[in-house]
Design a protein around this ligand. Structure first.
Ligand SMILES: Cc1cc2nc3c(=O)[nH]c(=O)nc-3n(C[C@H](O)[C@H](O)[C@H](O)COP(=O)(O)O)c2cc1C
Length: 440
């Protein structure tokens, strides 16, 4: 990298500097500061930071450290052309590059990622709250040696390191701290981007597609296929015979063995009715989409989850794959070969260490766009939380009914999407739950 690089600072786009008597206000949608007693020369430098890249001096550096979220750091070449820039992503982001000791070896962090952001290639890491941009191809070439590790060189590496993109070898090899070693790249990225605080992206119920793409319906239309009407249980009779709530909670546990006698169709019907039926459809007040009410809760009352019972052994229900219509409380047979059913159940057996398949396994899919139509940043995290509350509802109802429940943590979403005839970008499996008769 060109050794003649110099650091520069500038305010990010949209910053205003407003002198007001003894107070200087530095304002932006992201953060606002009121500074007292700024000497005239420093105040002039603050004005220049709007739209100009300014050379640093210790006094301006100190002030800019206070204004950190509003400042973009640059490295420029001898002709004042920007080589790289670092933008802060949050109000709490700091960026303080310091020279790396001579002889330090550096390597690209396994959490570094490059992606297209607003049409530009950027580098980010869930370990930092800044975004780095190379302004020339030379920068990307400079990155090439970093996968294997090399001696640190100059200000560019100091900037990459302060941006959380490098690992250092301080003498005993490249070694991440134990807490970091136990994070996978995708988990840390997902965690940092699906909560507030570590990014500046639009977040929450922002309805990004309102007026552009219609919302998905509250209830998925059942697929074409043979329909099996399910009996609705009498809830008064159910509450007469149910154990007390505390007994259900205290007795709930996972059971991975099944009784001699198979599960019955009326038990499957009661289980589905008590867990997942639509209690009512509502044009909920103030919501620009149709919501529904069901026994388990769901973020935004969106109810993105669908249930597909895979029946292996059930009195009154033919083995096969079904879709549950929670509004009509009925099943529709999905055309699939016995080998497909066997493969999905085989995965479930190995996930739970079972010698024998459960009587019924529910593949739980999400209709992802139901949530992403409304939410930015947290849609998929909300799906997984919805799976959690559905699991618990299934556990509790199964326990109350004296059945054998067990949740599963993994399944092959691609396989089930293929078997169920789904476009995996639109709907695919996010959970699996096994149910059977209880051994006596
Ligand atoms: C999200 C989640 C994933 C799970 N995944 C599996 C699994 O893949 N295999 C399995 O045998 N049990 C699985 N279980 C069941 C747990 O092992 C079980 O809940 C835990 O050991 C506590 O035991 P208990 O349910 O009997 O109280 C899972 C449970 C949950 C909530």
């Amino acid at each position: 990298m060109n050794p003649e690089l110099s650091p520069r600072l500038a305010f990010r786009d949209g910053v205003q500097v407003l002198p007001e008597g003894p107070v200087t206000q530095v304002r932006h949608a992201m953060a606002a500061f009121r500074l007292r007693g700024v000497p005239p020369a420093l105040r002039a430098a603050l004005h220049r930071l709007v739209g100009e890249r300014v050379a640093c001096d210790p006094e301006l550096d100190r002030l800019c450290a206070r204004l950190s979220p509003l400042v973009t750091s640059f490295l420029v070449d001898a002709q004042e052309r920007p080589v790289l820039s670092v933008e802060r992503l949050t109000r709490t982001a700091t960026f303080a590059p310091a020279p790396l000791a001579a002889g330090t070896r550096v390597r690209l962090s396994r959490f570094a990622m490059s992606r297209l952001h607003q049409g530009e290639l950027v580098l980010e890491s869930p370990l930092s709250m800044v975004r780095l941009r190379w302004h020339s191809d030379e920068g990307w070439r400079f990155m090439a040696g970093l996968s294997a590790g090399r001696a640190a060189s100059g200000l560019s590496d100091a900037f990459l390191h302060a941006a959380g993109l490098l690992e250092l070898d301080t003498g005993s090899g490249f070694r991440e701290p134990d807490v970091l070693r136990q994070w996978e790249f995708h988990d840390l990225l997902f965690h940092s981007r699906s909560r507030l605080g570590r990014h500046g992206e639009p977040f929450g119920a922002t309805y990004p597609f309102r007026g552009e793409i219609p919302p998905r319906p509250a209830v998925k239309g059942p697929p074409a296929g043979p329909v099996v009407e399910l009996p609705a249980p009498d809830l008064d009779a159910v509450s007469e015979r149910d154990p007390a709530f505390t007994d259900v909670l205290e007795q709930r546990h996972s059971i991975r063995e099944y009784g001699q006698r198979p599960l019955r169709a009326d038990q499957v019907a009661e289980f589905l009715y008590r867990v997942a039926r639509v209690r009512s459809l509502s044009a909920a007040e103030g919501l620009p989409y149709q919501a529904s009410s069901r026994p388990y809760p769901s973020g935004g009352a969106c109810y993105d989850l669908e249930l597909y019972p895979l029946v292996e052994r059930c009195d009154g229900l033919a083995p096969g794959i079904y879709h549950y219509d929670p509004l009509g409380h009925r099943l529709t047979g999905v055309e699939a070969g016995p080998a497909d059913l066997a493969r999905i159940l085989g995965d479930a057996r190995s996930a739970a260490g079972l010698a024998r398949s459960p009587d019924v396994m529910f593949v739980i899919t999400s209709r992802f766009q139901r949530l992403s139509w409304k939410y930015r940043g947290l849609a998929y995290a909300a799906t997984l939380k919805n799976v959690g509350v559905l699991y618990q509802t299934m556990y509790l109802v199964a326990t109350a009914m004296g059945l054998a429940p067990c949740a599963l943590g993994s399944g092959d979403s691609d396989l089930s999407a293929r078997v169920l005839g789904l476009d995996p970008l639109e709907e695919s499996a996010v959970g699996e739950f096994m149910l059977g008769s209880r051994p006596s």
